[in-house]
Design a protein around this ligand. Structure first.
Ligand SMILES: Cc1ncc(COP(=O)(O)O)c(C=O)c1O
Length: 465
């Protein structure tokens, strides 16, 4: 097309032309060598000390080149609440209707009308923010109500709760308040980055045991306590966020107790999603009362933002003062606090039971539809990771999937081992069986196209990457 004719096109016509061009290029590219913008991974832009901020320049060049190729699929805004279906708006303005398995809104509570009404009521009464650190003057009555509601929900009378503005901060704040130089943190190898970073902040000694391996945990604890008792905090999770498997919490508690170690369990992905009354994996395994630090995040099944640690009341009070990210930061905002209180009420009641049953059924259906067709990680949970292997596939694959009508959550190195990149599918109670089936069909088709079909993630058919 001539330059003159191009200049005469409307912005919409130019967008359509660009889309057409990109689609043709994508089709041409199938089966060929991967384009350059795919030959980068997240860790490549991490180190850097030169005064010219070289890694930032290189990172931006990579983002720009993937945008120019029409393949930048991260940070794609959506038009609505995190419902099972949504519309994505890509960089070039293109709108893509998708089934949404990228959001951990497990029970759909983020958009429940009663949750929204409670958030609005709190907003009307207390305003937008609390404008102060919780210790200094940023505590509102609603905070105290939520703390008590969490303790009551877990059925742990006598415990206290400490609220934080993110789940991430619960972990960094709690670890750094409890463990100091001379103390020890023992992490499961699959622990979330907030626990890893929290452990680094303690300036105590940090140890890692092989994932869910009680023998390895025993060996490490024996080594630490060889010369006498020590302050030790063992950290595990209810459901691991990248693998979707369950922590062996009963086993961990029994090993930890033998060595006088305390136990922190992060139930970010399991509170309200499983267990009696939605009380999580520790409750399901019969050891809820044995957990010294029970971490709840409000961003998953509670549909909001923030979190809390439930622990001995005197310890919670200490954390309130000595978790630096809490003391030196503003308190939880009123609308979120009010909304979370209502989400907790609903999730603990019949509505929660019904939605947990649907969540289980949907997870089983998705795992059944994918089983034997792609490489999964053994579990029955609502986090279903599909391993696609190399980071080089990520942008081509996610672009392909979004265009085919599915949005997933991608995890790459260093969050998971190199070449075990995966798309996490977050099932919710609100997906219909038809949506689950359609999602599975799109994944199976993509796995064939990209060469990672089959139970071990290799189709042997030589896909495009
Ligand atoms: C296990 C785990 N803990 C903590 C967090 C951090 O929670 P938040 O996003 O609420 O800050 C996450 C986030 O995904 C998580 O998966």
């Amino acid at each position: 097309m001539s330059v003159d004719r191009l200049a005469a096109l409307s912005p919409e016509q130019k967008q359509a032309l660009l889309r057409d061009h990109l689609r043709r290029r994508a089709a041409d590219g199938a089966g060929k060598r991967a384009p350059d913008f795919t030959r980068q991974s997240y860790d490549m832009f991490m180190p850097g000390a030169d005064p010219g901020l070289g890694e930032i320049r290189r990172f931006n060049a990579w983002v720009e080149s993937s945008i120019a190729a029409g393949r930048y699929t991260f940070e794609t805004p959506r038009r609505e609440a995190q419902r099972p279906e949504n519309v994505l708006v890509r960089e070039d303005g293109e709108r893509l209707p998708v089934i949404n398995v990228a959001s951990y809104n497990y029970l759909g509570l983020s958009y429940h009308p009663e949750v929204i009404a409670a958030a609005k009521a709190a907003l009307d009464r207390y305003g937008l923010g609390v404008s102060s650190s919780p210790i200094a003057g940023g505590t509102i009555l609603l905070h105290a109500e939520l703390e008590q509601a969490l303790v009551d929900f877990l059925g742990l009378p006598g415990r206290g709760a400490s609220l934080f503005t993110t789940g991430y901060n619960v972990n960094t704040g709690t670890l750094s308040a409890i463990i100091k130089p001379g103390g020890h943190v023992v992490l499961d190898a699959a622990a979330h980055m907030s626990l890893v970073e929290g452990a680094q902040l303690t300036r105590g000694e940090v140890h890692t045991f092989a994932h869910n391996d009680l023998g390895d945990l025993e060996r490490i604890l024996r080594g630490i306590t060889r010369d006498g008792p020590k302050r030790i905090l063992v950290c595990a999770e209810g459901v691991y966020s990248s693998d979707g498997d369950y922590g062996d919490l009963a086993g961990i508690v029994s090993v930890a107790r033998r060595h006088g170690a305390m136990v922190l369990v992060d139930e970010a992905h399991s509170v309200l999603a499983t267990g009696p009354g939605g009380r999580g994996v520790a409750a399901r395994q019969g050891v809820l009362g044995e957990i010294d630090f029970f971490v709840v995040t409000f961003s998953k099944a509670l549909g909001a933002l923030g979190g809390a640690v439930i622990c001995r009341r005197d310890i919670a009070r200490y954390i309130n003062w000595y978790a630096r990210c809490r003391l030196f930061s503003c308190g939880l905002d009123p609308a979120v606090t009010g909304g979370v209180l209502q989400a907790l009420r609903l999730g603990a009641a019949d509505l929660g039971e019904a939605r947990r049953a649907r969540l289980r059924a949907n997870a089983a259906r998705l795992r059944d539809r994918l089983g034997g067709r792609v490489r999964l990680i053994e579990s029955d949970s609502w986090i279903v990771p599909v391993i696609y292997g190399s980071d080089e596939r990520t942008l081509l694959l996610t672009d392909h999937m979004q265009r085919a009508g599915l949005e997933t959550s991608i995890v790459q190195y260093p969050a998971v081992p190199r070449h075990l990149s995966r798309m996490r599918l977050f099932v919710t109670s609100e997906h219909t069986p038809e949506q689950i089936d359609r999602a599975a069909a799109i994944i199976v088709e993509a796995a064939r196209t990209f060469g990672f079909a089959g139970p071990d993630g290799t189709s042997g058919e030589g896909g495009s990457l």
